[in-house]
Design a protein around this ligand. Structure first.
Ligand SMILES: [Zn+2]
Length: 207
C-alpha cells in the first residue's frame, strides 16, 4: 500500500469459500484466511492445503483455523480447543503460514474475563513454527495479551473493541446535536479509534 504511505497488509479474514479466496487473490490481497474450522479435521486440512496451493503463485500468505473459536453469540467449549499434536500435523501437511488457535478466546464481548489456556498455547508453539493467531482479542486484559505473545502468538485480531469505540463515539457526538454532515462527525470517531489502536500497539510492543 505504498501509494498511501501505509505499512499494512490487505488480509481476508474468515474466508468461507474457495471462490472468495480466489477473488481476493486475483484482487491482490497479501494474505488470505480460509476458515474451514467447522468441518472435520481431514476436510479442514484438505481445504486449507488447497488454498495454500492456490496462493503460492501469488506469493500470498495463508491463515487457517484449527479448533473452535466461538463466533458472535456462541459460547466456547473446551472440547473444541486446538490439540497441539493436531496443530503439528495440520501445519506440516497444509503448509499454512499462520494458524488461528482455539485456546479460550471468543469473538465479540466477553461476559466475564476470558481465561486463556496458556499452557496449551506453549504446547502448540512447541509443535509448530507457524505464526499463531489469536482471534477474539477484544476484552482480553493487557497482561494476558502480553503473556500470549510471550508464549507464541504472532498476530492478534481485534474488531469488537474498534467497532464499539467508533459507534459509541458517534452516539455521543449525536446527542443534543442534529449535525447531518458526516465529514464533521466521522473525524472525531476515527480519532478515538486511532487512540485505541495506538494504545493496543503500545501494550503488545511492551517488552
Ligand atoms: Zn476471527
Amino acid at each position: 500500500m505504498a501509494q498511501f504511505e501505509v505499512e499494512g497488509w490487505l488480509h481476508l479474514d474468515h474466508g468461507g469459500s474457495i471462490e472468495l479466496v480466489q477473488a481476493c487473490l486475483d484482487a491482490g490481497f497479501d494474505s488470505v484466511m480460509i476458515d474451514a474450522s467447522d468441518k472435520p479435521f481431514a476436510q479442514n486440512l484438505a481445504t486449507s492445503k488447497k488454498v495454500v496451493d492456490m496462493a503460492r503463485p501469488y506469493g500470498a500468505n495463508v491463515e487457517a483455523e484449527l479448533g473452535f473459536v466461538a463466533k458472535l453469540g456462541q459460547t466456547h467449549i473446551e472440547d473444541g480447543f486446538t490439540r497441539p499434536e493436531e496443530a503439528r500435523i495440520f501445519v506440516k501437511e497444509t503448509g499454512v503460514h499462520a494458524l488461528a488457535v482455539a485456546i479460550g478466546s471468543a469473538h465479540g464481548f466477553y461476559k466475564e474475563e476470558p481465561k486463556l489456556d496458556l499452557d496449551r498455547l506453549s504446547e502448540i508453539r512447541n509443535q509448530t513454527d507457524a505464526c499463531l493467531v489469536l482471534h477474539g482479542g477484544s476484552g482480553i486484559p493487557d497482561h494476558v495479551l502480553r503473556a500470549s505473545i510471550q508464549r507464541g502468538i504472532c498476530k492478534i485480531n481485534l474488531a469488537t473493541e474498534i467497532k464499539n469505540m467508533f459507534m459509541t463515539k458517534l452516539k455521543i457526538l449525536f446527542q443534543d446535536n442534529d449535525e447531518i454532515d458526516l465529514r464533521k462527525v466521522f473525524p472525531p470517531a476515527i480519532e478515538a479509534v486511532i487512540k485505541l489502536i495506538s494504545y493496543k500497539l503500545k501494550v503488545i510492543n511492551h517488552k
